[in-house]
Ligand binder design. Structure first.
Ligand SMILES: [Fe+2]
Length: 297
């Protein structure tokens, strides 16, 4: 008999003065689906099988597949009748045809609005080299989830603005930074969602200890040359550093009442500044998710 699916859900409550009604938003991240059709090639199917085994060794629970776990989280969102769902990347482990189809059909089951931003895995293949050009070239695959600004999206729910940006190359462009500031100028209380967490000194020890010593956060500047090579990334651009400075004390940044990320695969909460928190959420492949409860008082 199949085990019952156990969810490991963290709860976050944020008080939003002036909110008309309480809202509940579910964050789902890092389910890393590993589906591929046999017609997509032997090499891809073998890699998919190896990756699936790897996730089981890293804490994938019970006798569920990664796809079961994503579908279980979608079911939970519907059963809980949450007001919105946000996917913060690495929902698929690589963009095979089957992964894209399974992900789209899972999203199609949702009975409420949702926001999806890709992570570094949604657009790259683990057995192939990664370049930033590949990320931009993959954008047509994700077109339906972006607004008219590439790598950006926002939805408004019950007086809240949920802003998503693709920072899956550890960078934000000027255009993305402008988009975030423009969204804040709307004057609504906002939440920001992006795959890669912000660099925060208080988050750094846990990240380094779980990721082989590497500071896999956006805005981290003390990468070694070897680590940059291994992770196939570059040091933060000027626009990325300008954003990481702005979010702490820039004009309008106070409207962002919380930042929510995935990527590092564990639950963690840190202060960005007094009263505004940054959250990383346990990977969906480990049964994790986060319920964000926005209360009016
Ligand atoms: Fe991930």
């Amino acid at each position: 008999m199949k085990q019952q699916m156990k969810h490991n859900q963290e709860k976050t409550t944020i008080c939003i003065p002036g909110l008309k009604e309480d809202l509940r938003i579910m964050q789902i991240t890092d389910t890393h689906l590993c589906e591929a059709y046999p017609r997509e090639g032997e090499e891809l199917c073998r890699m998919a099988g190896n990756r699936h085994t790897g996730f089981r060794e890293q804490g994938q629970p019970g006798d569920f597949t990664l796809t079961d776990l994503l579908q279980g989280l979608i079911r939970l969102s519907n059963e809980e009748r949450v007001d919105g769902v946000v996917f913060t990347g690495d929902i698929i482990d690589f963009p095979s045809l089957k992964n894209m189809e399974v992900m789209k059909s899972a999203f199609g089951e949702l009975q409420m609005p949702y926001l999806y931003m890709p992570g570094n895995h949604d657009w790259s293949f683990p057995h192939l080299p990664v370049t930033d050009e590949m990320r931009v070239e993959s954008y047509p695959l994700f077109q339906e989830w972006f607004s008219n600004v590439p790598g950006c999206q926002a939805i408004q729910l019950g007086g809240m603005n949920l802003i998503g940006v693709d920072n899956s190359n550890y960078q934000l462009t000027e255009q993305q930074f402008d988009f975030i500031r423009e969204q804040c100028e709307l004057g609504l209380p906002s939440l920001l969602f992006m795959h890669i967490p912000l660099y925060l000194p208080s988050l750094e020890p846990a990240v380094r200890s779980q990721w082989g010593g590497s500071p896999i956060m956006m805005g981290a500047e003390d990468w070694t040359d070897q680590e940059l090579l291994n992770w196939q990334i570059r040091l933060p651009d000027e626009s990325t550093l300008a954003f990481t400075e702005w979010i702490r004390r820039g004009k309008g940044a106070e409207r962002i009442r919380g930042v929510f990320s995935g990527h590092v695969h564990f639950h963690h909460v840190d202060a960005i500044t007094d009263g505004r928190m940054h959250h990383t959420t346990l990977a969906g492949f480990k049964g994790g998710s986060r319920m964000i409860h926005l209360t009016k008082a």
